[in-house]
Write a protein that binds this ligand. Structure first.
Ligand SMILES: Nc1nc2c(c(=O)[nH]1)N[C@H]1C(S)=C(S)[C@@H](COP(=O)(O)O)O[C@H]1N2
Ligand SMILES: [Mo]
Length: 415
C-alpha cells in the first residue's frame, strides 16, 4: 500500500497537519491589526500566540524598544516612580493562565435569542480583512451591513501570562488611603472608530459620544488592582509579549473582560475618584439604552459555555455514537459543572469536565451522544464555583458580555 501523504502545512521542513490560523485583517503595510481565534479548531487550553484573537479600539501605536520603555506611576501615592522593564523583572514574578475574552464576543446571539432571525455562525466569521480596510480608510458601514451582519464570535482565547503582580509595584510606590482606582493608560492614541460603536448597538442610527483623539485608558478599582493575579505582564505563552498583544508590558486582569487588559502600558495614575475613562463611561457599559441613567461599566465575565463540536454547519451528521465537545469558563471562578441537553432543554445530564479546572482558565468538556436521524437541538450550560449558572448578564444595548445558552441546531442523516 502506498504511504498516505499528510495533508496540510509544512512545518520546519516537514509535512504536517493543517495548522489552525488566525482569521486576520491587515493594514496597507501588511501588518495584522485585528483577528479572530480559530476556537473550534484548537486542542488543549492554551491558544497559540499566532492564533490569539486581536482587538484594538484605537490605532495600533509604533513599537517602543524594550530598553526605552518606562512606566510612570503617579497620583495618590507616597512616591511617584518610574520603572523600566529590567527593574520590573527583578521583582518576584508570577505566571497566570487565563481566558481573554472581548466583551463583544458572541454579541450577535443576544439578538438571535431575543428576536430570532438569522443565527450567527460560530464557524463563518466576519470578513476581518474587509473590516481592517474600512478602518484604515475611515469608512463607516451602512445601516444594512450593521443590522444584518452577525457580530463577533471567536474574540476569545486562553493564554499563559508572566509578569509581576501590579500590587507589588503599587506597594513600592505607597498607595495613599484615599486612592480608590488605578487609571492605566496605553501609549496608543486615536479617535474611537464609529464603526465599532455602530456595530455594537446594531444600527447606525445612534448618537455616540465622540471624545476626539484620546489614549486608551481604564480606571481599575483598587481591590481588583491589588488582587495577586492582576499582572503587569511582559510575556505570553512562554515568550516576550508581541507588539500587537501590547508589548513591552500589558495589564492582565483575569476574570474581567478583555477591555480591562490595557495594552502598551506607559502610565498608572492612582486617584481618589473613579476616573471618567471613555471606554468605561461611554463604551463597554451595561444599560438598557444610551441614555440609561443607571448604566454601569462592565467588569467580570459571566458564566460561559460554548459547544465547539458539532456546530450547525456540520450538518448532516453521520448517525451513531459521537462526542459533543465544548469549552466553559467564568469571570468569577473555576467551572464546577457542565450540563448538556440533546433534546432542546427538556432534560439535562452532566458532561465530563477534563482536568485541570483552573480558576481563570477555560475547561474542555465532553458528552457522549447517540445521534439518531432527525433534527436535534443541543444545549450546554455551566456553573462556576460561586454557584453562578448561565445566564448571568441581562440583555444590554451595547450587547456586551453575552453569556446566554446558545444551542447547536444539527441534522443527523438517515441510515
Ligand atoms: N492600549 C489598549 N489596550 C487595549 C485595547 C486598546 O484598544 N488599546 N483594546 C482592549 C480590548 S477591547 C480587548 S478585547 C483586548 C484584546 O487584547 P488582545 O488583542 O491582546 O487579544 O485588549 C484591550 N486592551
Ligand atoms: Mo474588547
Amino acid at each position: 500500500m502506498p504511504k498516505r501523504e499528510i495533508e496540510g502545512d509544512w512545518v520546519m521542513g516537514w509535512p504536517d497537519r493543517k495548522r489552525a490560523s488566525l482569521m486576520a485583517g491587515k493594514d496597507a503595510e501588511g501588518r495584522v491589526i485585528n483577528g479572530r481565534a480559530p476556537v473550534l479548531e484548537l486542542e488543549g487550553l492554551i491558544t497559540p500566540t499566532h492564533a490569539y484573537y486581536i482587538v484594538n479600539q484605537l490605532e495600533v501605536p509604533e513599537p517602543v524598544h524594550p530598553d526605552d520603555w518606562r512606566l510612570a506611576i503617579s497620583g495618590a501615592i507616597e512616591r511617584p516612580i518610574e520603572i523600566g522593564l529590567e527593574e520590573l523583572r527583578k521583582l518576584p514574578g508570577r505566571s497566570v493562565r487565563a481566558v481573554t475574552e472581548c466583551a463583544g464576543n458572541d454579541a450577535g446571539f443576544f439578538d438571535y435569542l431575543t428576536k430570532g432571525g438569522k443565527k450567527p455562525s460560530r464557524r463563518n466569521q466576519q470578513d476581518m480583512q474587509k473590516r481592517a480596510e474600512m478602518r484604515v480608510k475611515g469608512e463607516v458601514p451602512s445601516e444594512s451591513e450593521v443590522s444584518s451582519e452577525s457580530t463577533t464570535t471567536c474574540a476569545v482565547s486562553g493564554g499563559e501570562f508572566t509578569g509581576v503582580p501590579l500590587a507589588l509595584v503599587l506597594e513600592a510606590a505607597g498607595v495613599r488611603p484615599e486612592a480608590v482606582a488605578v487609571r492605566a493608560e496605553g501609549f496608543d492614541r486615536g479617535r474611537p472608530d464609529p464603526a465599532v460603536q455602530f456595530r455594537s448597538v446594531g444600527t447606525t442610527d445612534y448618537q455616540y459620544v465622540d471624545p476626539g483623539v484620546i489614549h486608551y485608558d481604564k480606571g481599575l478599582p483598587l481591590a481588583k488592582a491589588l488582587h495577586p493575579d492582576t499582572l503587569l505582564a511582559w510575556a505570553m505563552n512562554g515568550e516576550y509579549l508581541t507588539h500587537i498583544h501590547g508589548g513591552p508590558v500589558r495589564l492582565v486582569v483575569p476574570g474581567w473582560s478583555g477591555n480591562w487588559w490595557v495594552k502598551w502600558l506607559h502610565k498608572l495614575e492612582l486617584s481618589a475618584q473613579m476616573p471618567a475613562c471613555y471606554h468605561q463611561t461611554h463604551y463597554f457599559v451595561l444599560g438598557k439604552s444610551a441614555d440609561d441613567a443607571h448604566k454601569q461599566p462592565i467588569t467580570a465575565m459571566g458564566v460561559r459555555c460554548i459547544i465547539t463540536d458539532p456546530v450547525d454547519e456540520d450538518s448532516p451528521l453521520e448517525p451513531g455514537e459521537r462526542i459533543v465537545r465544548g469549552l466553559a469558563w467564568s469571570g468569577e471562578g473555576a467551572i464546577q459543572r457542565v450540563e448538556v441537553s440533546v433534546d432542546g432543554g427538556s432534560t439535562w445530564r452532566d458532561a465530563h469536565i477534563e482536568a485541570p479546572r483552573e480558576r481563570w482558565l477555560w475547561v474542555r468538556w465532553s458528552f457522549p451522544w447517540h445521534a439518531q436521524p432527525g433534527s436535534h437541538r443541543i444545549m450546554a450550560r455551566a456553573t462556576d464555583e460561586q454557584g453562578r449558572v448561565q445566564p448571568q448578564v441581562p440583555w444590554n444595548f451595547q450587547r456586551k458580555l453575552c453569556d446566554w445558552i446558545v444551542p447547536a441546531d444539527v441534522v443527523v442523516a438517515g441510515e
